[in-house]
Design a protein around this ligand. Structure first.
Ligand code: F6R
Length: 592
């Protein structure tokens, strides 16, 4: 959730401007506070609560001296967002500086013990125990690397840790468990970062250290030691994403850029067709499928269930990853477990994947190469959305759906659906072109406090996703419902103040959804219909309507009808003066 960067330069330039640039690239991982520590004859630290730009205006990170250092952007877990809780954290001699991502389950116990031993704490974070423990083991005679190794023996929980010490000049040490960390080999120096997009401009050859390994970065290179202190040799992976892909390129916000990139994300993901075919051939007969995911990726999974059951007739379950543990363990070696995640790092999904691996084939649909799920699943379909910076998933969602359609089409040997997919980028482009119309419409949604989204069949997950987009970036309470379910309770909430967005493409379910639309209208709701262009009857029955090309087949609706709902959420957010890229309390990668 927090972002981490460390860098040591080969030359004698100051590292701070590079560290600052890299950590700014990670603002999507957390934006409660920011801090840097560099070494220049001693460890210097600047840190404060606030957004990166505001804090930099105040503290001017870029003028810090020193050729190596560490940086952090925080998403508060233990301890409120305050200056004291900002990283880096120091031991009580100020000679060891640490940045950390993750959560330590036993920090209270460790902290109490360290206090009893006479060490004093300045923050209420879990992280601060780490520099104190390192100090304790250094005082016992260990060097920085081994003090870090001993420290992690004491820790329970998840962590990516990067540390420097004034007593071991020219060295950065790093380690991880259940939290991402990549080592980067650049022309100008060596890097460590919680996400490789942070360092793309400087280093695109990366290695992900395995759990329990310790990486030591010096100006001469990176050395990795395993748990038994043996040197580890591993070939770096080349990241194909470029730094340009992660820039706004004239758009006001990343989210709008990413919505506009959706036709390309889908087109590029269609290029995975042969890979999907190969995976299914290797797995052989699939008797049952279980999708596991969180949030938006969970909505993609529901589409997957409907598709696979209807096209292939294979029973299919969908489980929210954090609930996976509580489901009956009825899967076996004939079950294909599919894990969907844009980041490939989501803790709940990763835990479920590790568990499922013991019995079943595991397939990960992920966007980030080299991520934990990408590395650990038996099979991978990499969605080709490119880097997504906006916290709200948009292009990665449509890319996930594309991969799911390829999977369903391949398993069911339904070439027709795979052929139809080729038309989808064009339909998405047309939907994105409704931007101005939706922007105008959004003005009428600025003052609403609640909203309902309804859909049936393939449109049900579209309704869920539309509601999630609205609530997460506009902070308006929104509910996505299966249209037929409304009368079983929530209809009681419908009145003149409740806008209802009805996703109603043409097709077998049209008439049934229309009945639901009339039901809410009869209770005074103002209805925004997302339906097929030229449907005058629908238009006359709704207060507003967003029209989609009537040629979009019902079964492909999730790939196209989602787009106006993303745009609606985006424009309401911007009108309200909020930043859609960085919704409060959220982060792009949920590693806890
Ligand atoms: C919402 C959103 C989240 C993620 C969820 C899972 O816009 O992005 O709901 O979908 O946190 O994340 P991943 O897909 O990385 O596993």
């Amino acid at each position: 959730m927090c972002g981490i960067v460390g860098c040591i330069l080969k030359n004698n330039e100051n590292v701070a401007p590079i560290l600052f640039k890299c950590i700014s690239n990670l603002e999507y991982r957390g934006y409660d506070s920011i801090g840097l520590a560099t070494y220049d004859n001693k460890i210097n630290v600047k840190k404060a609560k606030g957004k990166i730009k505001e804090v930099n205006d105040e503290l001017n990170f870029e003028n810090m001296a020193g050729k190596y250092g560490i940086a952090h952007t925080r998403w508060a877990s233990a301890g409120r967002p305050t200056d004291e809780n900002a990283h880096p954290h120091l031991d009580d001699t100020g000679r060891i500086a640490v940045v950390h991502n993750g959560t330590l389950e036993n920090y209270t116990e460790l902290k109490n013990k360290l206090i009893e031993e006479g060490r004093s704490f300045e923050s209420s974070t879990d992280t601060e125990v780490i520099p104190h423990l390192i100090r304790k083991y250094v005082d016992e005679g260990l060097d920085l690397e081994h003090a870090l190794r001993k420290t992690i023996e004491d820790l329970k929980g998840s962590y990516a840790i990067v540390a420097i010490s004034q007593d071991e000049v020219g060295k950065i040490v790093a380690t991880r468990k259940d939290s991402p960390l990549s080592l980067g080999f650049g022309k100008n120096g060596y890097y460590v970062a919680s996400d490789s997009p942070a360092i793309l401009e400087y280093a695109r050859d990366v290695i992900r250290p395995k759990e329990g390994e310790i990486a030591i970065l010096t100006e001469d290179g990176i050395v990795i030691h395993d748990e038994d202190d043996n040197g580890v040799k591993r070939k770096p992976t080349k990241i194909t994403w470029t730094a340009d892909m992660a820039r706004k390129e004239g758009y006001e916000y990343f989210m709008l850029k990413e919505i506009n990139e959706q036709p390309l994300a889908v087109k590029n993901t269609l290029g995975q067709k042969n890979n999907v075919k190969k995976i299914i051939e290797e797995i052989g007969e699939v008797k049952r499928i279980c999708f596991v995911a969180c949030g938006t990726s969970y909505h993609a999974s529901i589409t997957g269930k409907y598709l696979i059951e209807s096209l292939a007739g294979i029973p299919c379950d969908v489980v929210i990853a954090s609930e996976f543990k509580y489901t009956a363990k009825t899967w076996n070696e004939e079950t294909l477990m599919v894990f969907i995640s844009q980041s490939g790092e989501t803790a709940d999904s990763l835990t479920a994947l590790r568990y499922a691996k013991e019995t079943s084939h595991t397939l990960a649909i992920v966007n980030v190469a080299g991520s934990a799920m990408w590395e650990e699943a038996d099979y991978v379909i990499q969605t080709q959305a490119g880097p997504e910076i906006g916290v709200a998933a948009t292009k990665t969602y449509l890319a996930q759906l594309t991969a799911i359609y390829l999977l369903a089409g391949t398993i069911s040997k339904n070439d027709e659906i795979i052929d139809q997919l080729n038309e989808v980028p064009k339909y998405i482009e047309e939907a994105v072109a409704k931007s101005d119309e939706i922007k105008a419409l959004s003005k009428r949604y600025n003052f609403v406090h609640n909203a309902f989204y309804l859909g049936r069949g393939f449109s049900y997950p579209i309704a869920l996703e539309g509601a999630l987009k609205l609530k997460e970036i506009t902070y308006v309470h929104a509910e996505g419902y299966a249209a037929g379910e409304l009368k079983h309770g929530p209809l009681a909430l419908i009145n003149e103040d409740m806008p209802v967005i009805v996703v109603i493409p043409p097709g077998d379910d049209y008439n049934k959804t229309l009945v639901n639309l009339e039901e809410v209208k009869a209770r005074g709701a103002s209805v925004l219909a997302v339906g097929s262009e030229g449907n005058e009857d629908l238009k006359s029955k709704s207060k507003e309507m967003i029209s989609i090309n009537p040629k979009v087949p019902d079964i492909l609706a999730p790939l196209v009808y989602t787009v106006p709902l993303q745009l609606l959420a985006y424009y309401v957010t911007v009108d309200k003066g909020f930043n859609p890229d960085q919704p409060k309390n959220l982060a792009k990668v949920i590693t806890v």
